[in-house]
Write a protein that binds this ligand. Sequence first.
Ligand code: FAD
Length: 454
Amino acid sequence: MGKWLYDDAMYRFDSPQPSYWEATAGGGDTPGKPLSSDESCDVAIIGGGYTGLSAAYHLCRDYDLDVRVLEAGHIGWGASGRNGGFCSIGGDGLGAEKMIKNFGLESTRDYYRSQVAAVELVRDIIVDEKIDAERHGSGEVAIACSDNGFRQLKEHAEFQFRVLGLDTSVVTRDKFRARYFDSPLQHGAIILQPTFGLHPLRFVQGLAGAAGKHGAAIHPNSEVTHWATNNGVHELRTANGCIRAKKVVLATNGFAPEHLRGQLKGRALPLISSILVTRPLSDEELAAQSWQTNSPSITAVNLLNYFRLLPDGRFMFGGRGSANGNEQSAAENFVKLTARFHEMFPAWREVNIDYRWHGLVCMTRRLTPAIGRLEDDPSVFFGFGYHGNGVNTATWSGKQIADWIGAGGDNKGAPPKSLPSVVQGMPVRLPFPGLRLQYIRGAIAWRRLLDRLG
Ligand SMILES: Cc1cc2nc3c(=O)[nH]c(=O)nc-3n(C[C@H](O)[C@H](O)[C@H](O)COP(=O)(O)OP(=O)(O)OC[C@H]3O[C@@H](n4cnc5c(N)ncnc54)[C@H](O)[C@@H]3O)c2cc1C
């Protein structure tokens, strides 16, 4: 294995993805410039996505600490600037039933409460900081792709409502067609609140602006290439400067620079997710699929797709990405993603696709997010592993880390009470980390088989 897990094409920090979000980010200037001198601060943050910027925002706004953010690309270069913009409940790969088995009922309830709070946190930040994030739609639609799938989904909704206290409702196939949309794969659905869609890059840029306004120094295009710790002081080197800090927050999720710290090796399981966006659809074209909703939607299967109508009438459709991230396998994967899009929405077969891009999401071995501090160096905090979710979970994770650092003057402070046990601490290492891409291929083949068996 080289420096990175996937092909180097996934880590070109100097080039933005050719995404719809980059094309429509607007003129909003993000604060900061690349690090060009040696500086000191209380807390240095590696990674300028939702986790890192939310940590910076809350550390400066609520605790008045001296904070610097180092981002290898432009602000939002990572998954935060290129995701599907679903601000929805999720964050784990376990499912509630298994979470109860592994962590107990109360901890599972705590976790789901924190997920709802995380959606509301994003909404509050957008409102408080007047971020032009194009909030759109309400409730996450999960459609069943078979009658058996609908039976299971109904039971699941009943469980979510009764056991977890979540706001879910069931819509039968005919009612769904009349009120939401139609597809040959649609067999009824459930709707989960709270959820909304947003412009992910505008949100991350707005978060950077808010963090800057409250005093954080933000350094885009400043990849940390060396990390040394001497007498309790961390030295983070970039090409043109060095930051010395008492505490470090590692906020790199699927783009984890494992080469910087041995303890990080094999803890994260990054996966590629891909998105396409069509040209704007006419009213007649929307009517051809009975499309009438702005709500973010998913298929409730193992290898799921996620999709939504964008405010300007374009259609976004996302799903699994390529196996290794090189240009050829990415191109082949986009052909498969397009075929799946046409299978779901045959009336839109002739519609041009204007944008295609991809990025890394991140899983962990225990299939829950990981928020904590390194056991052998409690001055290093981390937040990662949001399992394809993150608009809400990463933003919330950054706040948890900020509250943890802000409340504990020394390096022994306990985690904040709002941090559910389900997410606490470093997950165990995956065995033979160099084989992670093979594990992923095996897991995808298994899930595909489960979906074929219904
Ligand atoms: C295609 C796609 C679709 C998705 N859709 C959704 C969705 O609809 N809803 C949802 O909730 N979530 C979605 N996600 C997941 C979500 O985007 C992520 O979980 C979330 O953005 C993670 O935020 P983060 O700040 O932790 O990491 P990131 O935003 O990935 O940021 C990590 C940053 O660390 C930086 N970095 C790495 N190494 C270094 C270094 N050595 N020095 C300095 N900087 C470094 C990287 O440049 C990167 O910008 C999607 C992800 C993808 C890829």
